[in-house]
Write a new protein. Structure first.
Length: 376
């Protein structure tokens, strides 16, 4: 696969597919490692004299986190200046792209606002850019498991290469050794995790752990409606989980919020009206015993809502234990990257920290990622 070293970018208009997908709290986009890292490729392209058009997504259509990239532009500009354009394939985008000078960058609006992003093919999204851009750079390894226009169609119509973030991921993954690996699977996207439920031992956390418990017949009460609302179709994953739980260890207690404060209750104390925010101390201890025995560890997604520090405890306790392991350790996903930054754990305590969640998981389960295939 080609890299940024393989082209002369001076005066060329370059479209960069970045992954800026970040946590949102009360409508505010939180600064993330993904935003910071994405700036590396953009800076390099600016220095090389390119005119840069950045495309990216936030959230999934129909979900509350699918919002404009206006705030992302501000956050990205803390590292390298980018102008936000409130358009993707309309007159506004056309004008701004045509005005770009060497070394300047614009960030277009959330591409998941366009239906055509989700339906790859020679559609109006890609056609708009034909004749306007010279080179396509994919810097979003974390979206390479998705067959979406910005990932699989663009490379068919433009000269293409990897950005530095994607290149770093691919080079690190070529070296990993995950024999007899313990999987610690959490986060907010439970569906992806099913691919890894085979022979390996699994510690189930986050929404995934809760769906495993539902699959085992636990009733959470009102919280289940909250989960259904939040996870939409992914909630039904629990039906598929029923027959796949032989090697899965589930939480035994959870943290809830009472009068704004963390309180821990046992799984057997459900159903009740409380919302789950994190795993409890007993689960942390149980998981820690398993982590100590592991020869290699892959951890994906947090165990609780890390936007509040009192509910980061489970995630940080697991990360701490993993950081002490003598086996190979691989951490994946945007949320865990941010959790590591918030904790005091040095990043070099892990063998590789990937910015990618689902894409890494697909890669580990042996799938060929469509986004990488398209770049070859
Ligand atoms: C991620 O957060 O893993 C990537 O941004 C991909 O997002 P998606 O799972 O909504 O495609």
């Amino acid at each position: 696969m080609k890299t940024l070293n393989d082209f002369n970018f001076k005066g060329k208009t370059v479209i960069v597919r970045s992954d800026l997908n970040s946590d949102i709290k009360n409508g505010k986009v939180l600064m993330s490692k993904r935003i910071k890292e994405s700036s590396v490729t953009i800076k390099e392209l600016k220095n090389k004299g390119a005119k840069i058009v950045i495309i990216a997504h936030q959230g999934r259509k129909g979900k509350v986190d699918c919002i404009s990239l206006r705030q992302h532009a501000k956050l990205l500009s803390k590292f390298t200046k980018v102008k936000f354009v409130d358009d993707i394939i309309g007159k506004g985008a056309e004008l701004e792209v045509s005005k770009l000078k060497n070394g300047e960058a614009v960030l277009l609006e959330n591409i998941r606002f366009l239906d055509k992003e989700m339906k790859p093919g020679k559609n109006s999204f890609v056609k708009f850019f034909i004749g306007k851009i010279d080179i396509y750079v994919n810097d979003a390894f974390s979206v390479c498991h998705r067959k979406q226009t910005s990932i699989v169609t663009f490379p068919k119509y433009f000269k293409h290469c990897m950005g530095r973030v994607l290149q770093k991921e691919v080079e690190a993954l070529e070296k990993i050794n995950l024999k007899d690996c313990l999987y610690i699977l959490g986060g907010a996207k439970p569906k992806d995790n099913i691919k890894l439920l085979k022979k390996n031992r699994v510690l189930a956390t986050g929404f995934f752990g809760q769906l495993c418990l539902i699959a085992k017949g636990i009733k959470f009460g009102e919280y289940e409606n909250f989960l259904k609302d939040l996870l939409k179709d992914e909630f039904n994953v629990h039906k598929k989980l029923k027959k796949k739980l032989d090697n899965v260890i589930v939480p035994i207690d959870y943290a809830i919020k009472i009068n704004g404060k963390r309180k821990e209750i046992l799984v057997e104390d459900f159903p009740n009206k409380h919302i789950i925010y994190d795993i409890g101390k007993m689960t942390m201890n149980r998981f820690s015993d398993e982590i100590k025995k592991a020869k290699a560890i892959y951890m994906k997604g947090p165990s609780g809502d890390c936007r509040e520090s009192q509910f980061s405890k489970g995630t940080i306790s697991i990360l701490n234990e993993v950081s002490k392991s003598s086996g190979f350790t691989l951490i994946g996903g945007g949320h865990l990257n941010d959790a590591i930054d918030k904790s005091k754990i040095p990043r070099n305590k892990f063998n590789h920290i990937s910015l990618s969640g689902g894409a890494l998981l697909s890669y580990l389960s042996g799938e060929k990622l469509p986004g990488l295939k398209a770049l070859k």
